[in-house]
Structure formats: C-alpha cells, structure tokens
Design a protein around this ligand. Sequence first.
Ligand code: ADP
Ligand code: ZN
Ligand code: ZN
Length: 728
Amino acid sequence: MQTSPQQPILKVALPVPLRQVFDYLPLENGITPLKGMRVVVPFGRRKLAGVIVGVAGGSELPLEKLARVVAYPDDGQVVLTRETLGLLEWCWRYYKHAPGEVVFNALPPLLRKAEGVIPPLPVQYSLTTTGAERLLEPPGRIKAQLRLLEQMSQGPVGETVLRAVSPGWRKTLAKLLEQQWAVVETRQRPTMKVIPGPSLLDEQVAAVEAIGQSLGGFHCHLLDGITGSGKTEVYLQTLETVLAGGGQALLLVPEIGLTPQLLNRFHKRLGFEPVVTHSGLSETQRLQAWELARSGMARLVIGTRSALFLPMPELQLMILDEEHDASFKQQDGFRYSTRDVAVKRAAGLKIPVVLGTATPSIETFNNAASGRYTWHRLRKRATGALQPRWRVLDLIHQTMTGGISAVAMDAIGKTLDKGEQVLVFLNRRGYAPVLLCHECGWHAACTRCDANLTWHKATHRLLCHHCDSGMRVPVMCPECGADALQGAGEGTEQLEQMLGKAFPETPLLRFDRDAVRKKGEFDRLSEQVKTGQSCLLVGTQMLAKGHHFPKVTLVVIVNLDQALYSADFRALERMGQLMVQVAGRAGRDQLPGEVILQTHYPQHESLLTLLSSGYEAFARDICADRKAACLPPFGYQALLRADAHDKSDVKSFLEQAKQVFPNGEAQVYGPFPAMMERRSGRTRWYLLAQADKRSVLHRQLDVWVAQIQQLAGARKVRWSVDVDPQDY
Ligand code: ADP
Ligand code: ZN
Ligand code: ZN
C-alpha cells in the first residue's frame, strides 16, 4: 500500500454495476473533499458523477495510476449525510449489491448526472401590508389578482397552490409583485394549524400513547387494524406531536396508495401541504422535494419506496402504511425491502417506526407475535360500521354467465334494486386470458415469454402482460385456417360487457390499467362513485387498496382459486391479504356489507380459517407451516439469479457457481427454472441458498459473491443476488 502524507485518496462510488468503489486523487482547488460529496471523475473515456464514500490514507494501486477528480459540482456541499451514507453502506453489504448503484438509487435523478446541480431553496410568496389593505377595498376589475391575494392572506404559498388557484398565475403574480402587494421570500418551514380530529376510541388512544412514549428511541410498532378502524387517525395524532416538537416525519405508502384524497386529508388536518415525492414526478420536482427534505423545510414527506433514502436531518418518526404491500420490495437492480431498510434506518437514528396494515406480512406478524414489535390491534370500525358478512359459493353446482354464478347475479340485482353499489373484483384485465382455436387446439402464446397472450377485444389486440409485446387478433386460426377462434376464461373487459347487458340501466365503471390510463382518470371515476348513486364497479386490485367507497354494500370476488394450490409458498399469504383488503371496501358507511366469494374449493382449510376466524388466525397457521418447513421468516434465503438468451449459458453459469459455494451450515440448492422460465426472450434460472441463521448465510454469501465475479461463465449471463427474495 502506498501512502502519502498530503494526498488523501478518495473512495468513490460510481453508477456502474461493479461490486467495488474506485480510488481517485482529490482536485486541489481549495475545497476539502468530504464523505458524502459529489465529484466528477474520468472513467474510461467518459466523465461520470460519483459520490465520495470514504477518504483513506492510501491505495492498493500505485499513486501514479490514479486519476484525479475533475470537479466538485456542489461547491463543497455534501449530498449524503453521514447517516444516509452509513445506511447505504449497510445496504450494499447486506444486499451484496454494487455500491455505486445503491448510492445512486438514493439520489434524485438530476443529481445522478454530472451536469446536475443543487438548486437554491424554492421560494414562497406572502402578502404585504399594502396587499392586505387592498384586499379590504372593493374588487373592481382585478378579480384574478385578488384571488391570489386572498389565498396569500391565509399564509405564504408556493407555486403548486398558486397554480391550483389560477392557471395563469405567473402573469397575475408579476402584477402583485410590481405593486408590492406581495413579496418573494425563501421557503420557510410551514406553520402547522391543526384541525382537531374525532376523539379517539380506546384502542386508538392506547396506540397513540404507546407510540408517543417511544419517541426518542428505537422501537417498532405494528398497527394492525382492519380497514376503517382509524389507523390514519392514529398516524395523524402521532404526527401532530412529532411535528409540534420541531421534528420531521416520513410517511411511506405503496405506489397505488398515494392518492389526492390521502394528501388532502393530511393537508386539511395539519394545515400545511406535505412534501410529496414518487417516481411519477418530473426530475425537477423530485430534486425540489429532496432539497426541502434535506434543508429541514419539509416537516412531513409522503412518498413511495424511493423516499426511504431522503436525507432528513430532523427525522423523528417513520410510518409505513400497508406494510405488506408488494411494491415495497424493489424487484430489479438493487432489490431492497423498504420495510426492512426502514427498520434498520430507525434503529440507526434511534427513532420509532410504525408499520400499519389490516393484513400484516408473515414476517411482521412473526416479529409482533414473538414480542420484538409492539402489537396494537384495532378491531372495531371507527365509524361504528359493521364488518362485512362472508358468503362462500361452491362453484361446482352453479350455472355460470361469463364467470359469474347465478346466485351472485341475483345478489347483484337485488343490491342494485335497493339503490346501492356493487363491486365485482377480478384480478385479470382484458377480455379473456386465452384465445383458443376450437378446431385444432392452437392458442395464442407470447413468443418471448412462457405466457399466453391476453385477448383485448376493444382494441383488437393480443397482448402479453409480461413483456408488453403483442399482435392484432387474427381472423382465422393461424395454425389450421379455421374460423373457430374463441376466448377461454374471463377478464374485466368481458365482465364489464356481460354486466352491462344484464343491468343496462345501471352506470358501470371499470377500474383497471386499460380503463384508467390517463392521469386523473381514477379520481374522476372515484368521485362519481362517491356521489353515492347506485352503480356497478368492476376492477382489478386497483380497487383493493386504500380507497373509501362508503356506499358499496356488496363485493363479489370472482376467482382467487389459483393461489390455493400454487407452487409459490407466499401465494396463500397474498391471497388472504387481497381477500381481506377487497372485502374491506364493503359497507364502510352505515350500511352493512356482504362479500360473496366464488370458489371451487370451499373446504380449503386455510380459506375456512380465514373466513371463520379472521386474518390473525390465518396468519398464525401460515406461520406454523412455515416454521415446520424452515421457510422464511424461520429460515433465511438468498437467490443467485441468472438470465440470458441461451439456456445453456444460464445453466452452465449456475452449475459453476454452485461448485464454488463455500462450505458451511448454509446450503445451496438448484439450479431451478424461475416461476416464469422465459420472459422477454430471456431464459431465467436461479440457485437458492438457505440457512437457519441470518449471520451464517451472510458470511457464506460474502465469500461466494466474490468467487462468482471471477467465474468465466459470469460474462455470458446477466446475474444478480436477491437477498430475502419475495418471488422466484
Ligand atoms: P384506516 O386508515 O384504518 O382505514 P381511517 O383513519 O381512514 O381508517 O378511519 C376511517 C374513517 O373513520 C375515517 O372517515 C375517519 O375520519 C373515521 N374515524 C377514525 N377514527 C375515528 C374516531 N375515533 N371516531 C370517529 N370517526 C373516526
Ligand atoms: Zn386451428
Ligand atoms: Zn411476453
């Protein structure tokens, strides 16, 4: 190792898929390089932005071989705090992922580019005394200007609010500034003006108190409450305490859960606009949210998965709503679990974390059952509404129309006659999942995936739901030329058509990714539902989450049977969660609800437990089964995934990798084909490493991953490590 007293060596994380950091010499321009600062460095022929993750006294490489930093783009500011950097370092070690990709995942997209710069803090506009005086005079002909002034009289506002008040706000605002009725200032911390909520039920009070008492130290809370039991109320009242004390808070929600209704509710109750961030925002907006979080100006941030890594110097509470939701696990690249990293972050910061859900994941359930997390149960609906009644329909003796049994049709009709609303749930979009030739048995399959093409009748397309490739629907069978093509099975498009014919007088709203493409479309539809007039809702899991449809009194679950006998050991857990979530849509108001479940397996043991004893008993049984089989959370797993065009490349790489698996208590199994072996033209297989102890597994994984990188076969495939995998 070469050292030099004057020259620190910078350890730099670069956005490349290599499991290492890179050594550079500092640029001597008066800026002292620190951990967490961005640099621009030469890398091969390119110039890349990187982040300093360490400063060392020497390098393994000869100093004359090291390149020098070209620039510090942020004038000496750090973009990652010591705390976030520590968390990211833990992440790349735990998930065995390339440090650069982990670090860059935590930066807003604009700062991943060498030319991106940290913007100044956003501004806000406030009313001056002369502006206030003008407001008292008659409006005259400057109504637009007065509307903005009116808004400002309630407190300083940013661009988003002004835009909402008046689309032509920029011109109007210029006039206000010119007349000195308003001034521009740097954004300040918003003032909280709490509108008190309802007085809490005992169960809620207990949760709020326990969470409140745990502030200032690390603690995990499971807030286990059925839909409508008032979990959000518990969040709100806890947030009031944290925010009033000057702390920042972070609320993480699933992708589909970030709705304008939710934001409005927080805005109204707390009296200021929470900062929002998710991948659907523009890069500029995301950078702005990041800057507000980092400067401490954002008191409350509400965001999806990626918000987990926001730098927040005063962070005092984290909440994960719908903690069981699959979107909290990143499914490609850096495959982290938002929940697990949030718990890790809370431990590092010595703050509490609240995991809220009606249907805890088995991992969280087990942590609560074993006493590691404090378990708060909310078992009553806060508004006093009754829990829905379940009715199981054995499909064996039923006459069916387009997937719906005669009994269910009858119940739908009766509910609509009473002027109420019905929700029909089917987790399959399109018209039919298969297009079949009744002459020769040909069916339309994707050429790039192990999957059938779904027939979308309205657009005359056959579409693969896994790689999005597709074709026009052929008129004749491409195999035998017969005019005998027919759909098999049902999707939401078909249900819509069939129900539309059966109930021509009733408005029918379809909620799925095909019907709700445009931004704002979902909200338009849900507003219509909320008017309370009788209607039929047909939809996929888009309807299962977070949305309150108080006038729905009947839910029909068309088919969930696949999950009952799936090869994936998590399928049952997910089915139970989905069923409870969908059922939670029914009867949230004063009207009692009913849920009809259509199934071919009414005697399935887990189904019976779920329906007769509830989710807690169901989860307890799953826990027992997992324990007996040493499956997660009672065993620890990691996958080595590989894919390539050529199956033989994939298999030979995995065979080589298996050979170099280090000796120890952890075992390696496989290679196995992935649940969907071919996808987007690539063949996918994996090895499964498993142990009873986490530490044992990780010790062996570290040695193993270093070996895998050296393998000749590794260059012919795309490979990745998935620690605590969620799918196979
Ligand atoms: P969850 O988040 O568990 O679905 P919410 O917090 O959204 O439940 O509460 C459901 C409904 O009940 C909301 O309209 C909420 O305002 C109301 N609510 C919550 N807690 C109470 C309470 N203690 N008393 C009366 N209404 C309540
Ligand atoms: Zn045919
Ligand atoms: Zn495909």
